[in-house]
Design a protein around this ligand. Structure first.
Ligand code: NAP
Length: 550
């Protein structure tokens, strides 16, 4: 007789596989994690229920999670000075860590990461970061603003949790979901995520590698350079890949499958630009898939093969028969290096853009879009990114106008049709002259290029999607030749002008599609394999690459 699966009392929030993995992870914790949940009926009821469902299901998974629930009007809330619903407080006797809102969506990673660190009672900071934390001599009150749709936020939130666990004597932390705590977000003029304040000073805009975060926390201002005092052990490998976007991860999979020992180094979030693409409709095999979902699938596939060193920044490279790669944590010794460093958002470079960054100016509709529900915004640009973002914003009830400097869009026809069928307003032949406001964006000054008319246009948000610039600072510092457009110059085997160093993905220019980036990464990895097994530099003069010379 066929066996049927036993039915669970209540459907799992995540599915049985995820639940089982969480159970294994939580059960292995040496210490219990105490969570206090504060709610008040009538204040954010939907979120209160979501918080209860989430935490109760965690408690059900493992008895290592101890949950106590309190009413906001009760004594306990007064004792802990809790005023917003829902609020979570973790291991209150030991640390000062609270979460205002519900850690769901992308923020589920913050919750799980936090529980694991608390269960082990370790900040799990690198040696370098611990040394910096030791030097901090006075109180640090950290606030990290996050949202459930932001793929970068958990990295920064977990950085802050690590600091709070490492120095409970001086560090207190509030992770604040910006959507359910708009009054606090307004007070800090935090209209993009993640943003990090310490002692009410903005110390980081965006997610940082761990070492830069702790340095910013120590100095109380945003830091961009970290010089390590010591290395955390040398990693000897065949290939180092810099960049954890589609090209770097595809290169990692192919390099390892070719039998090469490989390390991928990524200073920020994995997945590159795809992680913040609302919906991808042209990745063969998927008719429609959220960019972040595609990244999650790609990352879990890559992790089956390749070791990823996330949160480490490459500080310098010494080319040679053995290439030395110095990161913020350690040194790698490799036979080949693939630069898959991707591209950065292009700036409009108009007055007000930098001033209002994070206060109405955004480069990530997926992350910040939900904060503008019911508000009026413009999206600037006419390519696939601008059109995709305008459609996404319109879809989540943001009043969206597309501002484009020409009279036709360069985006794919299918996307353009959707702009018209959704009745999204388009201001043609129009450029942004200035972004204005007081505390936050209040209006933009627009100029009609054909008539010359300059006029104010009231908006609360400006989403800039005007393309990307290749991230070539590391390549430049190495003396790698660039094309006249600023991309890495390479031959058909992805070799650069420096022997042993290759390029892949958006740093090379070209079509800049997810599949082409992956193709470039794949080719670069196979090329490395060919070169290491049959070194072209030891063959006859005629077989040498035109560009690469030893
Ligand atoms: P893009 O294709 O280079 O388009 C940039 C747009 O911004 C253009 O319309 C350009 O105007 C405008 N622009 C550039 N500088 C400007 C400035 N200073 N002021 C005002 N407007 C400015 O960039 P993208 O849309 O970010 O796409 C980048 C790459 O990723 C492309 O290859 C694209 O196909 C790919 N992508 C694909 C998808 C998809 O397939 N679903 C989604 C996103 C991105 P002009 O037209 O006047 O030059």
């Amino acid at each position: 007789m066929p066996q049927t699966r036993p039915q669970t009392e209540q459907a799992s929030l995540w599915g049985n596989d995820v639940e089982e993995n969480l159970r294994i992870a939580f059960d292995s914790l040496p210490n219990k994690v105490q969570v206090m949940l504060f709610t008040e009926k009538g204040q954010n009821d939907v979120l209160n229920k979501a918080a209860m469902d989430l935490l109760r299901s965690f408690k059900k998974i493992s008895d290592k999670i101890e949950l106590s629930e309190f009413d906001l009007s009760g004594q306990e809330a007064k004792k802990w000075n809790v005023t917003s619903s829902p609020t979570l407080i973790f291991d209150a006797d030991r640390y000062s860590i609270r979460y205002l809102g519900v850690p769901y969506g992308e923020e589920g990673r913050t919750l799980v990461g936090m529980i694991l660190l608390l269960g082990f009672r370790t900040g799990n900071l690198s040696e370098q970061s611990r040394k910096v934390m030791e030097k901090i001599g006075s109180k640090r009150e950290i606030k990290v603003f996050v949202s459930p749709t932001c793929p970068y936020c958990p990295d920064q939130a977990v950085n802050a949790v690590k600091a709070a666990i490492e120095r409970p004597d001086i560090v207190s932390l509030e992770i604040i979901d910006i959507q359910s705590n708009q009054e606090i977000a307004n007070r800090y003029s935090a209209f993009s995520v993640p943003q990090t304040f310490a002692n009410d000073v903005l110390i980081a805009y965006g997610a940082q590698p761990e070492e830069l975060f702790v340095l910013s926390l120590q100095k109380l201002e945003q830091q961009t350079v970290f010089i390590p005092e010591t290395d955390a052990g040398i990693v000897e490998t065949d290939v180092v890949i810099v960049g954890g976007g589609p090209s770097g991860l595809a290169a990692g999979i192919y390099a390892v499958r070719s039998g090469l020992k490989t390390s991928v180094i990524e200073r920020g979030a994995l997945g590159g630009q795809v992680a913040t693409t609302p919906v991808v409709e042209n990745y063969p095999g998927f008719t429609r898939v959220p960019g972040k979902t595609l990244v999650d699938i790609l990352v879990s596939h890559a992790l089956e093969y390749v070791q990823i060193f996330q949160g480490e920044e490459v500080l310098g490279v010494q080319p040679g028969p053995i290439i030395e790669v110095q990161t913020s944590r350690r040194k790698f010794l490799a036979k080949a290096l693939i630069l898959a460093t991707g591209a950065n958002y292009k700036k409009l470079e108009v007055p007000g853009e930098m001033h209002f960054m994070g206060r109405g100016v955004s480069y990530c509709a997926t992350c910040d879009g939900p904060l503008f529900k019911g508000k009026k915004v413009i999206v600037v640009g006419g390519g696939n990114s601008a059109v995709t973002e305008a459609l996404y914003l319109n879809n989540i009830d943001v009043w969206t106008t597309l501002v484009h400097r020409r009279d036709t869009l360069r985006a794919q026809e299918h996307l353009v049709k959707n702009i018209f069928s959704n009745n999204i307003e388009v201001l043609w032949d129009t450029e942004v002259v200035e972004i204005r406001g007081k505390e936050k964006v209040g209006e933009v000054l627009l100029r009609n290029i054909t008539t010359g008319l300059v006029y104010p246009f009231p908006v609360q948000g400006v989403f800039i999607a005007i393309g990307y610039e290749p991230s070539v600072s590391l390549a430049k510092s190495l003396g790698i030749e660039l094309t006249s457009d600023g991309f890495i110059k390479h031959d058909s085997n992805h070799r650069t002008n420096i022997a042993g160093i290759y390029s892949a993905g958006d740093v090379e220019g070209g079509y800049k599609q997810i599949v082409t980036a992956m193709g470039q990464g794949t080719e670069a990895a196979l090329s490395v394999f060919e070169d290491l097994t049959h070194p072209y530099w030891t063959a006859g003069e005629e077989s040498k690459s035109e560009t690469a010379k030893r």
